[in-house]
Structures are given as structure tokens and as C-alpha cells.
Design a protein around this ligand. Structure first.
Ligand code: NAD
Length: 254
């Protein structure tokens, strides 16, 4: 049976109790960075910063016009360099200090705002803006904040360098670690994600269908954001409001 999630008005929700042994999985999406001035993915007519996703966030788009894709990600690098973490990033960093490795913070975002807020060990399942990798050789992805506004950069091996991000049609990073953490959590929270991008959109269903391997109980699942995500039906609770208003009071570590 499909249950209808409870919906409440903005902040003013009760904090989620987090017991001394509890494990918390937090998945963040573009919405958590919106209040820092980084537009979300589907802000304007399904375009990402005035570009079609097919043109700037797929391997096929990179094959068609690598210079355009590099200009796009160079602009994203420049934009992120000027942005500060907001109250939601900062609250998650404080929560991480309290919980240590009992908090698993997984982000779909390629921006560095969780780290800038002080969070450690953030898992970037879609890669990072400040990462570049070679299309042709085994050279590991490397830290790179350069802006490539003209020519497409090349590796020493001669192949093209590409942004170290995961594009549509590519497999996200670290999935075994992610699913291990999903299987062991007691509280699962998604913040600011439309629920349209897979596999992240299916994490809540995994948690809902599989009891925790530690406790044999189902984790409590909560969504935070100003509008209902596509996968709202799968959450126990939807807390409607901006991340910066709700996340600072979201958890009550015991
Ligand atoms: P999305 O753009 O599809 O959805 C954003 C969600 O954030 C929406 O549901 C919206 O209601 C919500 N939102 C808007 N303002 C909010 C606020 N103040 N507080 C909380 N929520 C808010 O985002 P997605 O589901 O993360 O998928 C987008 C994909 O595009 C990701 O894979 C990501 O890699 C990429 N992306 C990343 C960034 C970034 O790194 N900041 C920005 C844009 C896109």
C-alpha cells in the first residue's frame, strides 16, 4: 500500500532523535546549495544555466563540442569559488563533528560547499568540479581549479582531459560504499534533490524495502526541501521548507 507522506509548514518541526549508536545517512542535492547562490539543475525551463543537459552533461555532448563543455565547467568552477556555505551546510558540518563516522554524508553536488563548511569525508557520488581526468590513460583524476575557456586541455599521453564529474549515462562513484551505508542506517534524510536523477533517487526505496542489517528495523526516512520531490511517496515524512531554515534544527543527537 502506498502511504501519503505527512507534509508540514516550513520550519518548526520536531528534531529527529538520533540515539548514541544510531547511524545517519544524509543525501544532499543541488537544493542545499541554492541559498549559497548556486542555481539548481532545473531552475529555468529544464535548462542548467541556460544549457541543455544533453549538451553539457553527457559524454555525447563532450564528443560533439568539448570546448563548450569545458567553458561550462570552467564557469561552474569560477561560480563555486565565489560562494560561501549556508546555514544548512554549516549545520551538517556541526552534526558530523558530533556523530563522527556515524554520519554518512553523500552528495550529488559537484560544488565544494560541504568541505568549505568543515565537513570531512564527504562522498561526492557525481564527482567534483575541482577534479579533472584523462579520457585515454590510467592517470588518476587530479585536483584542478584551472579555467579552460578556449582550447580543450590535453593529457601528457595526448588524449583529451575532461571534467572529473559523472555525466548522465555514466555510473556514479563509490556505489558499493554507498549501498553498504544505506543498508546500515537508522535515519535516512534527503535534502534538496528533485528525486528525478537516478540512482540517487532510488536510495530511499532501498532503505524503505530493506531493514537495517544492524538492527533489522527500517530506517526513518525524511525529505527536506521547498517542494515535494518526484519520489515523495517513498519517504515517511516530507518537511517542506528551505534547507537553510530546516536543517539547523533537523537533528537532536542523543
Ligand atoms: P535538481 O536541480 O534536480 O533539484 C533541486 C531540488 O532542490 C528541487 O527539488 C528543489 O525543490 C530543491 N530546492 C530548491 N531550493 C532549495 C532550498 N533552498 N533548500 C532545499 N531544497 C531546495 O537537483 P538534484 O536532484 O541534485 O540533481 C541535479 C544534478 O545536477 C545532480 O546530479 C548534480 O550533480 C548536478 N548539479 C549540481 C549542482 C551543485 O553542485 N551545486 C548544481 C546544479 C546541478
Amino acid at each position: 500500500m502506498v502511504s501519503i507522506p505527512k507534509v508540514g509548514p516550513g520550519a518548526g518541526f520536531s528534531p529527529l532523535p538520533v540515539g548514541p549508536d544510531a547511524r545517519v545517512f544524509v543525501l544532499t542535492g543541488a537544493g542545499i546549495s541554492a541559498e549559497s547562490g548556486i542555481p539548481t539543475f532545473r531552475d529555468a525551463n529544464g535548462l542548467w544555466e541556460q544549457h541543455r543537459v544533453e549538451d553539457v552533461a553527457t559524454p555525447e555532448g563532450f564528443d560533439r563540442d568539448p570546448a563548450l563543455v569545458w567553458r561550462f565547467y570552467s564557469e561552474r568552477r569560477r561560480q563555486a569559488a565565489g560562494c560561501l556555505p549556508n546555514a544548512a551546510h554549516l549545520a551538517l558540518a556541526r552534526f558530523g563533528e558530533a556523530l563522527g563516522d556515524r554520519l554518512f554524508l553523500c552528495t550529488q553536488n559537484v560544488d565544494p560547499l560541504h568541505e568549505r563548511a568543515g565537513s570531512r569525508g564527504v562522498l561526492h557520488m557525481h564527482g567534483e568540479l575541482s577534479s579533472t581526468r584523462c579520457e585515454g590513460c590510467d592517470r588518476p583524476a587530479f585536483h584542478d581549479e584551472a579555467l579552460y575557456l578556449e582550447a580543450t586541455p590535453r593529457c601528457g599521453c595526448g588524449a583529451r582531459l575532461r571534467p572529473g564529474v559523472v555525466w548522465f549515462g555514466e555510473v556514479p562513484l563509490h556505489l558499493p560504499r554507498i549501498f553498504a551505508a544505506l543498508s546500515a542506517c537508522d535515519v535516512f534524510v534527503t535534502i534538496g534533490s528533485s528525486g528525478a536523477v537516478h540512482p540517487a533517487a532510488g536510495f530511499v526505496t532501498h532503505v524503505r524495502n530493506e531493514p537495517s542489517i544492524r538492527t533489522r528495523r527500517h530506517a526513518r526516512t525524511v525529505y527536506v526541501g521547498p517542494e515535494r520531490p518526484v519520489n515523495a511517496y517513498a519517504f515517511d515524512e516530507v518537511r517542506l521548507g528551505k534547507a537553510g531554515e530546516i536543517v539547523p534544527g533537523l537533528f537532536a543527537p542523543g
